[in-house]
Design a protein around this ligand. Structure first.
Ligand SMILES: NC(=O)c1ccc[n+]([C@@H]2O[C@H](COP(=O)([O-])OP(=O)(O)OC[C@H]3O[C@@H](n4cnc5c(N)ncnc54)[C@H](OP(=O)(O)O)[C@@H]3O)[C@@H](O)[C@H]2O)c1
Length: 256
């Protein structure tokens, strides 16, 4: 019988954006419970401290308050933060916003702001983390939190869907570009997960709309741990042959 647990994250150091809330916070807690050292990135320092308090082995972990809307700041501050923790084994980009904007009134600045946070910031972070001085010689796993909106549409969600589909496109090409450096890239596409972000959704304000959303999910709406456990798998050696995939975690939403 095998004694090694391929799902363990013991000995791995993993950077997580969006770690001050919702899915990112849940991923941080799940990674720490599997033995990882976690490096948390968000803007709200108090909520990052709350995440650390929820993590096992709290004193091992690190955190940085950084506004991902500001690419110049990322370039100035991120590398010096992460350097002392190198080598880095994993990265999860969970920071994101989900605007609902009818296409006919969409403004260029809204497009740029949403792309900056959901995608462009991830590009800068990936380019930094994949430097040979930072990446683990054992390989790395990078996980982008996309959305079922990468696969299907919804009224008012064209901007959000563009950013999430772009993420999946990026993951596939980077999987090929970085395979010889042993860096794996995968996306996770959740449907509705009960988090502060999804609690603000328009359909939550209307009983009939909420019932419709519930009926579209044969297994009910998702919980943070449903995404966190998928992320643990993709960050662990259990997924060492998985790269360039988009893992759908949606309670059956896309199976209809
Ligand atoms: N919840 C869902 O139903 C669902 C479904 C599919 C996909 N997703 C995706 O999952 C990811 C996480 O969503 P969530 O529901 O967990 O959202 P959430 O609870 O609102 O958390 C969003 C996170 O993004 C961070 N963030 C926002 N703006 C930032 C900025 N300018 N700079 C740095 N960090 C920033 C926030 O940090 P601060 O608060 O500290 O600024 C927070 O930690 C998003 O990419 C979302 O698109 C969510």
């Amino acid at each position: 019988m095998r004694s090694h647990n391929p799902f363990t994250l013991t000995g791995k150091t993993i950077l997580i954006t969006g770690a001050s809330s919702g899915i990112g916070q849940g991923i941080a807690v799940a990674c720490a419970s599997q033995g990882a050292k976690v490096l948390l990135l968000g803007r709200d320092l108090e909520r990052l401290k709350e995440t650390i308090a929820l993590c096992e082995n709290g004193c091992d972990h690190g955190m940085i308050s950084l506004d991902l809307a500001d690419d110049t700041k990322i370039k100035e501050e991120f590398e010096s933060f992460v350097k002392p923790y190198a080598p880095i084994d994993g990265f999860v980009h969970a920071a994101g916003i989900s605007p609902t904007i009818p296409f006919k009134v969409m403004k260029k600045n809204q497009v740029l702001e949403t792309f900056q946070l959901n995608l462009f910031s991830a590009i800068t972070l990936i380019q930094t983390l994949s430097k040979s001085a930072l990446k683990s010689s054992e390989g790395m796993s990078m996980v982008m939190i996309s959305s079922v909106m990468s696969e299907v549409g919804e009224k008012g969600k064209s901007l959000y869907a563009m950013t999430k589909a772009a993420m999946v496109g990026m993951v596939k090409s980077l999987a090929l570009e970085y395979a010889d450096k042993n860096i794996r890239f995968n996306a996770i596409s959740p449907s509705v997960i009960n988090t502060p972000l999804s609690l603000k959704s328009e359909y939550r304000k209307d009983d009939a709309a909420m019932k419709l959303v519930q009926s579209q999910h044969p297994l009910g709406l998702g919980e943070i741990e449903d995404v966190a456990n998928a992320a643990v798998y993709l960050l662990s050696d259990a997924s060492k042959w998985a790269t360039g995939t988009n893992m759908i975690v949606d309670g059956g939403y896309l199976a209809r």
